[in-house]
Write a protein that binds this ligand. Structure first.
Ligand SMILES: NC(=O)c1ccc[n+]([C@@H]2O[C@H](COP(=O)([O-])OP(=O)(O)OC[C@H]3O[C@@H](n4cnc5c(N)ncnc54)[C@H](OP(=O)(O)O)[C@@H]3O)[C@@H](O)[C@H]2O)c1
Length: 199
């Protein structure tokens, strides 16, 4: 089927990130903290599908992908797309390379991904978080609020909390404060109010 014949079925796009008090997410190309249970929560979200046989599309900026522990790859139930303007060879475990977010959406509109993908998870960094949160299909930000100060050089982009509303007791998300290695954090979900975005 050519691109123009393909029915464009929307897919939920979700951002997932953990940020500390100053909205920091990274330092020197890595996470500023080592919180294995927080990390496991993220992995669980990325690799869970509701419909058998479906997969999730993981959208990764090059530096964030390179900082991910290769020993954890491949991830179950997932297809990896790497955003890069300069790489042309597929790194191991990467299924597709895209030059920008528009190319990701084009891929999604065509088989096999148009049929295969259940959810698009955007894993950062900053540029793809910023671009994808504006997309009409982006409906959630899964955001771990790390209630501590860490030195950071990379920061989660500001987002409008009138458009993305914090949801209490979101299904599948523990609502109580977690604590690991003396660091407190809480799993949160912001849901987009589409009517507000369209105004
Ligand atoms: N706490 C968290 O939840 C979390 C999540 C993700 C990342 N991080 C941290 O954040 C830092 C990395 O984030 P970052 O923002 O610096 O880098 P990044 O977005 O992961 O990587 C930047 C590179 O990705 C490519 N890229 C990014 N956006 C693109 C786009 N829209 N179109 C085409 N290519 C694009 C470019 O690659 P080329 O140079 O190859 O062209 C760019 O140089 C690390 O410290 C990481 O650990 C933390």
């Amino acid at each position: 089927m050519s691109k123009s014949d393909a029915p464009i079925t929307s897919k939920p796009i979700k951002l997932i990130a953990a940020a500390c008090n100053n909205m920091g997410i990274g330092l020197n190309g890595n996470l500023p903290w080592n919180l294995p249970n927080e990390f496991k929560y993220m992995l669980n979200k990325l690799t869970t599908v509701e419909q058998p046989g479906k997969k999730n599309l993981l959208v990764w900026g090059r530096k964030s992908f390179e900082s991910f522990d290769e020993n954890l790859l491949p991830l179950a139930n997932s297809v990896i797309v790497l955003l890069t303007r300069k790489l042309s060879d597929l790194p191991k475990y990467v299924h597709y390379i895209c030059r920008d977010e528009a190319e990701v959406l084009e891929l999604l509109s065509m088989p096999p991904l148009s049929e295969e993908i259940e959810t698009v998870w955007v894993l950062g960094g900053v540029e793809c978080y910023k671009n994808m949160m504006r997309h009409p299909w982006c409906n959630h930000i899964y955001f771990t609020d790390i209630m501590a100060d860490f030195e950071c050089d990379t920061f989660f982009p500001e987002f409008d909390k009138d458009i993305f509303r914090l949801k209490e007791n979101y299904p599948g998300v523990p609502s109580e404060i977690q604590e690991e290695k003396g660091v407190k954090y809480i799993f949160q979900v912001y849901e987009k109010d589409q009517a507000k975005q369209d105004q």
